[in-house]
Design a protein. Sequence first.
Length: 236
Amino acid sequence: MMNETENLNRNIENELFSYGADIVGFGNITELPPDTRMGLPVGIIVAAAYPKNVIRGISSLPTGEYRQWYDTLNERLDSIVTRGAAMLLEMGYNATAQTREYVGSGETRDNMLLPHKTIATRAAAGWIGKSALLVTEKYGSAVRLSSILTDAPVVTSEPVNKSRCGDCMVCADACPAGAVSGRLWETGLYRDEFFDPVKCRKTARQRAKQGFNGDITICGKCIEICPYTRKYIFSD
Ligand code: B12
Ligand code: SF4
Ligand code: SF4
């Protein structure tokens, strides 16, 4: 029989799925400094997956379609986490939605106070690949992310602290910027020790210009090439 906390997980999960989430996970984030998490103990990760054909379409260069879906998924995620936080507040808990308006966007900064990927590994949604992206078993890296901070007394998952990339070097070999060093991630390894955001940003901007005349930091080759993503985008 399910106990009350498991029921709470199930209720929140079902609501977030009904708003359009493809992955939902609950993580204990108390190991992170309180001022980065508004003093709240739980992070709920919400992921929305790209349609398979959109990711298949960016194998040479990013496309206008991919850029549109970038906006579509961002808007969907903002709406899911806003509604999710409102629901939690209504249930009597504290909750903050990490919308783009609240946390800002990667166009202006290279570091967020509490990145969604940190919540994602705490919530066991996947691991950090050599690409520096979250890799999930079901969709590979073909997901966009958002999150909610709360004090709802949910059951949290066992965090993921190690990479499952193994010897794979596919994204390191394919990145047109040479931004991916090939070093395996584990919790505690800071991004800049295995990934170069400056190189990525510069090349991604050039590729957006080349692909769809965009003035934005969009590339995504590291998403498309990952064998975990490929398993998803070439499945029936
Ligand atoms: C700044 C930013 C960028 C910068 C810097 C890239 C970077 N990796 O940091 C630039 C402009 C270069 C960039 C590029 C891209 N980005 Co960007 N970006 C962001 C943004 C806004 C903040 C990231 C940040 O704060 N980084 C700081 C470092 C320290 O953190 P991090 O790399 O995010 O993650 C580290 C921690 O989470 C840590 N970690 C994991 N678990 C734990 C646990 C503990 C306890 C601790 C302490 C740390 C820890 O490991 C990670 C790697 O070091 C996020 C959105 C967000 N609010 O989170 C999107 C985000 C990371 N970007 C995303 C994407 C998709 C891209 C691009 C593919 C662009 C595109 N759409 O075509 C490229 C890919 C680059 C790459 N290979 O990583 C997605 C990633 C989705 C996924 N599957 O992982 C995000 C989450 C946006 C979203 N809402 O979905 N991005
Ligand atoms: S987005 Fe493009 S340039 Fe940036 S790491 Fe991925 S493949 Fe390299
Ligand atoms: S391409 Fe290979 S090394 Fe890169 S993130 Fe995917 S599994 Fe990991």
